[in-house]
Design a protein around this ligand. Structure first.
Ligand code: GLN
Length: 192
């Protein structure tokens, strides 16, 4: 029998516990990561949703920028959801935060406005077949713009990219960890 995939979840702030539970539903073992050395032995990494400014400050304090960049450059999958997607983007607009620059895309923070803070919407038809009918939970979500040529758009909602991928790095503007549909986590882990 092969061992369960070990997936680190950055546990500075945000809904890392929900990701740990979602990973368990996808058959993986979740490891909470707060120090660079805790990345050793992880097959993949999740950057959760939360508040990107707070998570960025914590990453700075814990000197995690370079280790996470190296982790991704070694080819291991990194999934960023919502605030985590902002942290993966090359460019951040509307109160920029220091990002990892691992996906050639612009993330516009809080782009769905302050009135409609949260909503659930199904993915548009015609995205990745594995995600047909997926319902996405958006909470003060960013919008992804100007994906570069190396970026694959796997799912859209109302025409806007909501799940993208560049090499091992995946960014979702929604919260796949908040539903019991484990397909996004499973898709990210399918190559591990
Ligand atoms: N609005 C948050 C930010 O800019 C992200 C919200 C979320 O992760 N649910 O960091």
């Amino acid at each position: 029998m092969t061992r369960a995939k070990r997936v680190g979840v950055l546990a500075i702030q945000g809904d890392f516990e929900a990701h740990a539970a979602a990973l368990a539903r996808a058959g993986a073992e979740a490891v909470l990561v707060r120090r660079a050395k805790e990345l050793d032995g992880c097959d993949a990494l999740v950057l959760p949703g939360g508040e990107s400014t707070t998570i960025a400050k914590g990453m700075e304090r814990l000197a995690l920028y370079e280790p996470v960049q190296e982790f991704a450059r070694s080819g291991k999958p990194v999934l960023g959801t919502c605030a985590g997607a902002i942290l993966l983007a090359a460019r951040v607009e509307n109160h920029p935060v220091r990002s990892l620059g691992l996906i050639d895309v612009t993330a516009v923070r809080n782009a769905y406005g302050t009135q409609v803070d949260s909503f659930v919407a199904p993915v548009d038809r015609g995205g990745a077949p594995a995600l047909d009918g997926l319902r996405c939970v958006f909470i003060r979500a960013p919008r992804l713009r100007d994906p570069g040529p190396g970026v694959e758009v796997l799912a859209r909602v109302d025409g806007a990219p909501v799940l993208i991928r560049q090499g091992p790095c995946w960014a979702a503007t929604f919260h796949p960890e908040l539903t019991d549909d484990a397909r996004v986590h499973a898709l990210v882990l399918s190559g591990v």
